[in-house]
Design a protein around this ligand. Structure first.
Ligand code: HH2
Length: 291
């Protein structure tokens, strides 16, 4: 599927989107839904990050605030304390681009100074000052932006999500945010889009959005898809607990890539790498061996 640009500039690093890439999730939180508490100490976070890169992660996404349904907001000082030392240490040690998963403009700025090359905002840069911060980071540091769709906010988003045509509405929201960012001076080539699976969506909405990925990809901007271990995987497999969702998550990542997604945000990197490699070898004939 043709996208507007093959290489995404992430600050001083780059991510080649000529084929689907793996974004390894590094949650430095005590309460994330699937891996909360596991990487809370810096040495644990660094070990996990190194392991993900060895397994095949092309980019790492570092987050210090859980956005699972019902999660409590984290104060800036605490999010800063969790995230910044990890970004600094990873930037010094690893060559892959680093993404920061935050809704807070102040932390976005500090994360970029610490070495982050992609701003991943589940709130789509809608917080006060977020758009301006994103524009400045893009202009001054060549940072990429991931704009995600969310209906409502994490504390309440799963109470009663509602849409007429979920694919059309999510697509229109993303298009509008791209227009806003472009009007503020961000080049299109620095933008990734994400329909936001599980963020103010029922199972039916998530399934419709997944099936609508080719439609969302047809706008030409690269899509990021994050379904790893989410409740939609558990529900579709018959109430599968979080700890048993990795095979399903890897299959879903592969299907998302097949539907045009270029960045797959996942917890289990090696399973995803294998699924993508087999897809390339057996389906579209691209040689991924050794990558
Ligand atoms: N999902 C989560 C967090 N950040 N960012 C993007 N762009 N897309 C997503 O789908 C997305 C995201 C939620 O998953 P996780 O980080 O595993 O859990 P938690 O929010 O509990 O930390």
């Amino acid at each position: 599927m043709a996208i507007d640009q093959a290489v995404l500039q992430c600050g001083e690093r780059t991510l080649d989107l000529g084929r689907a890439r793996i974004m390894g999730i590094l949650n430095v939180t005590p309460d994330s839904f699937s891996d909360g508490g596991q990487n809370a100490r810096i040495d644990e976070a660094l070990a996990r990050a190194r392991a993900m890169v060895v397994e095949g992660a092309d980019i790492l996404d570092i987050g210090g605030e859980s956005t699972r349904p019902g999660a409590e907001p984290v104060p800036l000082a605490e999010e800063r304390r969790r995230v910044l030392p990890v970004i600094e240490a990873l930037h010094a040690e690893l060559d892959v681009p680093l993404s920061v998963d935050t809704m807070k403009p102040a932390l976005m700025r500090e994360a970029v100074a610490a070495g982050a090359g992609l701003l991943n905002d589940v709130n789509g840069f809608r917080a006060e000052g977020a758009l301006e911060t994103a524009v400045e980071a893009g202009r001054e540091h060549g940072v990429a932006l991931c704009v995600m769709h969310m209906q409502g906010e994490p504390q309440s988003m799963q109470r009663s999500p509602h849409y007429g045509d979920v694919v059309a509405e999510v697509g229109a929201f993303l298009e509008q945010r791209v227009a806003d960012l472009q009007a503020a001076g961000v080049p299109r080539r620095q933008i990734l889009l994400d329909p936001g699976f599980g963020f103010g969506k029922t199972l039916e909405h998530n399934v419709a959005l997944f099936r609508g990925l080719p439609r969302l990809a047809s706008g030409g901007l690269p899509l990021l898809v994050g379904v790893s271990r989410k409740s939609m995987i558990g529900q579709l497999l018959g109430a599968r607990p979080v700890a048993e969702r990795d095979p399903g998550s890897a299959v879903a990542a592969m299907l998302a890539a097949q539907a045009g997604a270029r960045v797959l945000r996942v917890h289990n990197v090696s399973a995803t790498r294998d699924a993508l490699a087999l897809y390339s070898e057996l389906h579209d004939g691209q040689d991924n061996r050794g990558n």
